[in-house]
Design a protein around this ligand. Structure first.
Ligand code: NAP
Length: 473
């Protein structure tokens, strides 16, 4: 199967194509176009001219197109899930979950498209402002470049394309090289739903070369990026005066206080630790358990993790499958080994089979071990204990990242203390840090990024506020 670029409402060939392999079995699944600089520039040309059409399009029409896409995905839910499972090795049940969330995300975008509005401003609150009526409007920015990662190839595209089009912008989308098929599928749905040609363009190819053309072109008014902190920093440093949203990584933590009903919460903690092979930006990586319950916690956690079924992502029963690249398996294993050599105890896993890394649990890793202080982005979790609640909060905050944190506690005072003291973008009381629904504000502090997604919040960052003042005679 040859996948061409999607520019100005049609599939366009290019000179170079790269093979795309299924990460689980190594089979070739497609030949994917690698856009040249000229191709990317043509995509920006198309987006620039469509930006005018989009800016003039009525809100209800934008809403109808977005809802149309949500409906088309719903009709082809199974096909979409299989595309995700094949190209990213996300187990089928989780892939279906992602498709359902994508439907929600475009539905929210359709709803938000209808309620983008400003406010009246009482200019006469200041001397000199009398005799005027003023209001604000939110105008689209124009061309937005969206760069997305492999781990939620459909829903994270939706989190950028949905609000961008809802607000009347046009988009050039650069999906991750490992997961282009979901992005091209979405482009075909937008075409079928009636989106004007050029309003959404998809260009695949090397992140650096496609990214550089997008980042440096003055016609691109905003870069919205989800991916690794390293690339996020590069974009921020090279995007000039463009608006930039960065949704980056983390080493998310969970605090489990004394009094927690461990049997009740354990399945959820295991899911939050190992779902999608731990390749989730809010995957549980560090667990801090009160010392009075730590033995019971560890025993139950190991027992529950052993129930996970490892296998082909297309099997209904599979919970854990291949990681995205063999390099990531090698990297994670070297970090596990280094932690063990530094005194950590291996309680489960640590082995791999081809590109599958088995769920791995370590005890008492040091905060300076890479499996603790860097983003591991693999099915690797470590458990440490605490005596005082303040100590646990300090340990969670002792991180270069700050995306979300979870706290299980029965004590209301501790819960409020945690909400106030944890330096993260979102605090989940009596839940795992991995909790997300698609309309909530979502984003990080510190190295986890800047800006917020969650349709309404992304729209804020994809529009420009204009003040209008009428001086009355
Ligand atoms: P990545 O390697 O940073 O890639 C993300 C995207 O950036 C891909 O499309 C990639 O293209 C592109 N890219 C690479 N180099 C680039 C450059 N120099 N300029 C512009 N674009 C460039 O990240 P990933 O491995 O796909 O995803 C994992 C990371 O994403 C983790 O750190 C995870 O925590 C983070 N993430 C964050 C969130 C959030 O909402 N905060 C959500 C999901 C994932 P190629 O594929 O062609 O290299």
């Amino acid at each position: 199967m040859k996948k061409l670029l999607w520019i100005n409402g049609e599939f366009v060939g290019t000179e170079k194509y790269l093979p795309l392999y299924n990460p689980f079995n190594g089979e070739k699944i497609a030949e994917v176009a690698a856009a040249s600089d000229g191709d990317v520039l043509r995509a920006i040309d198309a987006a620039e001219s469509a930006a005018k059409t989009m800016a003039e399009m009525e809100a209800f029409k934008r809403a109808d197109i977005l809802q149309g896409v949500a409906d088309l995905i719903k009709e082809e839910r199974e096909e979409c899930a299989r595309i995700i499972a094949e190209e990213s090795s996300k187990p089928l049940r989780a892939a279906r979950g992602e498709v359902d969330r994508t439907i929600m995300t475009y539905s929210f975008a359709a709803q938000e498209a209808r309620r983008i509005h400003g406010e009246t401003v009482p200019l006469d609150a200041a001397p000199g402002g009398e005799g005027r009526i003023a209001y604000t409007v939110k105008e689209p920015l124009g061309v937005i470049a969206a760069i997305t990662p492999f781990n939620f190839p459909m829903n994270l595209v939706a989190h950028k394309v949905g609000p961008a089009l809802a607000a009347g912008n046009s988009v050039v989308l650069k999906p991750a090289s490992q997961t282009p098929l979901s992005a091209y599928k979405i482009a075909s749905y937008f075409h079928r739903a009636g989106l004007p040609a050029g309003a959404l363009n998809v260009v695949t190819g090397s992140g650096k070369s496609v990214g550089d053309v997008l980042i440096k072109d003055d016609r691109v008014k905003k870069v919205t990026f989800t991916g690794s902190p390293e690339v996020g920093k590069y974009i921020r440093e090279n995007a000039g005066l463009k608006k930039v949203t960065l949704e980056l990584g983390s080493n998310s933590a969970l605090i489990v206080d004394e009094g927690t009903d461990l049997a009740k919460v354990m399945p959820r903690i295991v899911t939050g630790s190992f779902s999608n092979q731990g390749q989730v930006c809010i995957s549980i990586q560090r667990i801090f358990v009160h010392e009075s319950i730590s033995e019971e916690f560890t025993a139950l956690f190991i027992e529950e993790s052993k129930k996970l079924k490892v296998g082909n992502p297309l099997d209904e029963e599979t919970d854990i499958s291949a990681m995205i690249t063999s390099n990531d398996v090698t990297r994670a294993k070297s970090w596990i080994q280094a932690a063990i050599e530094n005194g950590a105890e291996l309680a489960l896993g640590g082995d791999s089979d081809q590109q599958v890394l088995y769920p791995t649990i370590l005890l008492n890793a040091k905060e300076t071990d890479k499996i603790s202080c860097e983003e591991v982005f693999a099915p690797v979790v470590h458990i440490n204990t605490f005596r005082e609640f303040d100590e646990a909060i300090a340990k969670v905050n002792d991180s270069q990242f700050g995306l979300q944190a979870g706290v299980y506690t029965k004590d209301l005072n501790k819960a409020f203390k945690a909400t106030k003291s944890l330096h993260v973008g979102g605090v989940m009381i009596n839940d795992i840090p991995t909790f997300r629904v698609d309309h909530m504000p979502y984003g990080g502090v510190k190295m986890s990024g800047t800006g917020r997604e969650g349709i309404k919040y992304a729209i804020e960052e994809m529009t420009e506020l204009k003040l209008v003042s009428f001086k009355l005679d």
